[in-house]
Design a protein around this ligand. Sequence first.
Ligand SMILES: C=C(O[C@@H]1C=C(C(=O)O)C=C[C@H]1O)C(=O)O
Length: 291
Amino acid sequence: MTYRAGWIHYTNVAPILDALVLPPGVTAVTGVPTEMNAALLGGRVDIANISAVEFIRHADRLEALPDFSVAVLGPVYSVNLFHTVPLERLRRVALTRQSAMSVALLRVLLRERGLTPTLEAAEGEAETLLAQGYDGVLRIGDSALREWYRLVGPLTPETTMTALPHVGRGVTVTDLAEEWFRLTGHPFTFAVWAYRRENPPPPELVRAMREARREGLGHLAGVAARHGQKLDLPARVVQHYLWNFRYHLEAPDRLGLSEFAALAEPGHAPLRFGPQPGAGRGTLAPSGAGP
Ligand SMILES: C=C(O[C@@H]1C=C(C(=O)O)C=C[C@H]1O)C(=O)O
């Protein structure tokens, strides 16, 4: 029987997916986070890298691979609230329909500050929506990275991504993962690789994913150069963007995930993860996810 994968193929997953060779019997489709969340929950795919909040909301029936994540400690650069007034004065915020995770994170961050702007779904470029009367716009993924860089770039040969300002052309860019770090001191886990508990992925697929991730992270400059061309961004911007991610769902990433789960979905079912690679074969480093 065919095992169906659904991949959110934003640039941030390129170090895992670009080199992936699907084993026989596995097929894959791609889409934006909200599409893949729905595809997994609706039974149209069997495994997907989904918004972590959907994994939390459906923890009673989903399980996640123990060593795969899209997480970050500090700024992420691609989950951005673009705004023209200070956060305290936000009245009307446009949300993206592509993402469940960033919307849930924004709700938590606003609540922690006691802020209650109106939140509405609206698509389009941040600067266009800001010109149309929104005072905040939440965007994610490749387009959010490009819009941020367009506002605050370019890099000079002497500067690094971390030295770029957060304000350009009258627009402030608040990086939600950085805000999360300020609030908790923990990483933020955006995505996990989840499947319905009774239908785990074939071991050959998980092995191929680990192999592909080793390959991608081992040749990050090449991945960054390719995607820089696609995104029309300098390769070193994309390289910094990519090496900043945490792809192994390590203990700090799980801590951030549990903390978020407690804040965003109190009363959720316990989060479940599949067995660690190599579990049961020896006694060394039981919590290590391997390279
Ligand atoms: C950080 C990002 O990660 C993605 C964000 C997701 C979401 O917001 O639901 C889902 C998958 C992640 O790969 C991003 O694309 O900007």
